[in-house]
Structure formats: C-alpha cells, structure tokens
Design a protein around this ligand. Structure first.
Ligand code: GDP
Length: 355
C-alpha cells in the first residue's frame, strides 16, 4: 500500500471471466452490466466496444464497507466475451490481454474439466484471479436476500445450508490445493497476493456481487499496482478484437486499448494480410448509452481515449487487418514499431508478409 503514493496513475485493469460451460459466465457478465445503480455520469457503468467499464464509484455505491477505503484503481474493464478461447487469443505484448480473471464455479457442480483447464491457463500466464462460487440461490432451501453482501445473506440461512456451504467450500479449497493454489473464503483472506479468494455469489439474485467486485479491486490494488502503473501520455497500444464493416464508415476495428492514449489524427501501425501497414485514425467511436440506442447514430464520436477502454477505430485501409493483432500508436521510430508488431505476430504463429 505504501507504494501507491509514488505512482501517479494506475490504469483500469482488464478482466476476463473463465469457467466450465454453463457454470454461469455470461450470466455473471449480464448481472454486472445490469447492476447500474448510480446514474451520475462519473459513476455509471458504461458499455464500451467489446467490454464493460465498472468505475470505482459504482463499486463504492454497491458496497458500504468500501466507502472509506482509499483506492487508486479507477475501476474494472470486463471483456464481454467470456471463456478461455477469448483469454488465450486476446494478447498484449506477448502476455494475456486480461490483467486479472474470475473463474466461475457452479457451487452445485463443483470442479469440471474446463475449470481445471482455466486454472492451468491462468497459472501458465501468472494471471491473478478470484474464484466466484456461483448459483448459491440454487442451493436447496436458500433464502434469497436480493443484492445483499454474502455475509449478510449467509447469516440469514439455516444451519443445514450453512453447513452445506462450508462443506462445498472446503471441497473446492481442497481441489484448488491439489492443483497448488492456496485459497480461502474472501472474508478470511489476509493477504491477496498469497491467498486466492473464493467469493460465493448468485448472478440471478445479485447476492455477493458487490463483494466480488470489491475483492477484484483489492487484488488489483495490493498485487498489481506496479504492472498497472501507466503513462497516460504514452502512445496508444491495443489489441484488435474484430474487423467489422460498418454502414457509412467502411471497415472499422474494434479495439481494446490497454496502454497510453489514442487520439483522432494519430498515426497507427497494424498487422494486415499485406504485412505491417501504417494509417491514420480518422475517427474514434464509442457505443451510445442504452437509452439512445434507437437514434440514427449508434456511435458517439470522441476525440481521444485513454487505457483501458474498448473503442471502435475508423481509418483508411483497414479491410485486411488481422483480428487478434496489435495496434500501435507511432511516435518516432516506425521501423522499431514494425519490428515489434512482427515479433508479436510470430508469437501467435502468424508470419507477416515483408513489405
Ligand atoms: P456460461 O455457459 O458459463 O456462460 O453459462 P450461462 O451464464 O449461460 O448460464 C448457464 C445457465 O445457468 C443458464 O440457464 C443461467 O440462467 C443459469 N445460471 C447462471 N448463473 C446463475 C445463478 O447465479 N443462479 C441460478 N439459479 N442460475 C444461474
């Protein structure tokens, strides 16, 4: 914590949700998107291109216990596409694009093959994560306390359910320990850098969701301050999610910007089927808020975006850009940037045409 004073700015961590099929990844993301309890501009949960931004003000508003804690992490950016495929294919400078992960485990089903696979992938990438033990509302006889913190709702359950929860919890702790992970229920974790937190939640009733978001912030704060420290003024670095034709705009790129600032007029370099290309940002577009979705223009034009955010980039010559490839803002040595792009593409086994 003492280090935080020295760091001027921490960027928003990027979060990916992993877990076995049908364990509730999509429902958790939907719940997070829908839990927009604050209406003020600064605190609103906003839809980005390919991602959802939950600002710290929104998390504070959900959780009374967090109101007093000093926090430098500005919020959490959730990648909208869950699953290991998205996690492993979305890369940033040779590592995973996501800085942190949530592994979703259905409390009634426990560990399944893809749960183990997800944990192995996260270990391989050294990505910090939290386990969301979900669907607690499905535990037989569960008394729902809508949107309540876990400990509040847990206190309302009868002894049989409490015992069942503890048994399930320790089964999961045991399984994780067999895989070499040291875990505990989130309220018993002393040091987030050593223990992996397990947060019981329900995506259907909102129980435990505020705790989950708070634990993610705690993890970023204690464990990742150094890696999230950024220079806001640096050139934009991003990962291309998709190349999409948009009516009236031509081919555009859906990009997650993970470092620096990207502005209209910036020169950018990208990997395309024709090798590394250089172009200039013509426009940067963000989705309009939900209530305005019926208006003619689906996107709002912005002059610049700061990491981490999801943005649509319009520029000339984007039609042959490769999805999953890097986007780099250029300031200075173009050849060095082109070499970096080629190296990053080779890491994902794509050899670019030399120009
Ligand atoms: P995914 O394949 O991991 O993305 O799983 P989904 O989010 O699609 O969820 C699979 C099924 O579980 C759906 O029928 C969901 O409605 C249900 N589900 C997910 N989360 C919860 C939860 O917290 N409580 C209950 N009761 N059902 C849930």
């Amino acid at each position: 914590m003492a280090k935080s004073a020295k760091i001027a700015k921490i960027r928003t961590p990027i979060v990916c949700v992993l877990g076995h099929v049908d364990h509730g990844k999509t429902s958790l993301l939907d719940r997070i998107r829908g839990s927009s309890v604050v209406s003020s501009e600064a605190g609103a949960i906003t839809q980005h291109i390919g991602a959802t931004l939950v600002p710290i003000e929104a998390i504070r508003a959900m959780s009374t216990s967090m109101q007093k804690i000093p926090v430098t992490v500005p919020g959490l950016l959730f990648i909208d596409t869950p699953g290991h495929h998205a996690f492993t294919t979305l890369r940033a400078r040779g590592g995973a694009l996501a800085d942190m992960a949530i592994v979703v485990v259905d409390i009634n089903e426990g560990f399944q093959p893809q749960t183990i696979e997800a944990l192995q992938i996260l270990r391989g990438c050294k990505t910090p994560f939290v386990v969301a033990l979900t669907k607690i509302d499905r535990v037989h006889g569960w008394r729902v306390v809508e949107n309540a913190p876990f400990l509040t709702t847990f206190a309302q359950q009868n002894e049989r359910i409490q015992e069942f929860m503890e048994t399930r919890h320790y089964e999961i702790v045991g399984k994780l320990s067999d895989l070499g992970f040291n875990c505990e229920r989130f309220d018993r974790v002393q040091d987030f850098a050593r223990n992996i937190a397990i947060v019981p939640i329900s995506a259907h009733t909102g129980e435990g969701i505020a705790d989950l978001l708070m634990v993610m912030i705690g993890l970023a704060q204690r464990y990742m301050e150094q890696s999230l420290a950024m220079s806001v003024d640096g050139p934009g670095c991003g990962t291309v999610l998709e190349v999409k034709e948009e009516r009236g705009l031509g081919p555009t790129l859906d990009v997650i910007l993970y470092d620096g600032t990207l502005s209209v007029g910036d020169e950018i370099m990208l990997a395309s089927e024709d090798g590394v290309i250089t172009t200039k940002v013509r426009s940067l577009l963000k989705p309009r808020p939900m209530k305005e979705i019926l208006t003619e223009e689906r996107f709002e034009r912005v002059k610049s975006v700061v990491a981490a955010s999801g943005v649509k980039v319009a520029a000339p010559n984007l039609d042959r850009v490769i999805a999953g490839s890097p986007l780099r803002g250029v300031r200075g040595d173009r050849e060095a940037v082109a070499t970096q792009i080629r190296q990053e593409m080779e890491e994902i086994h794509v050899k670019l045409v030399e120009d």
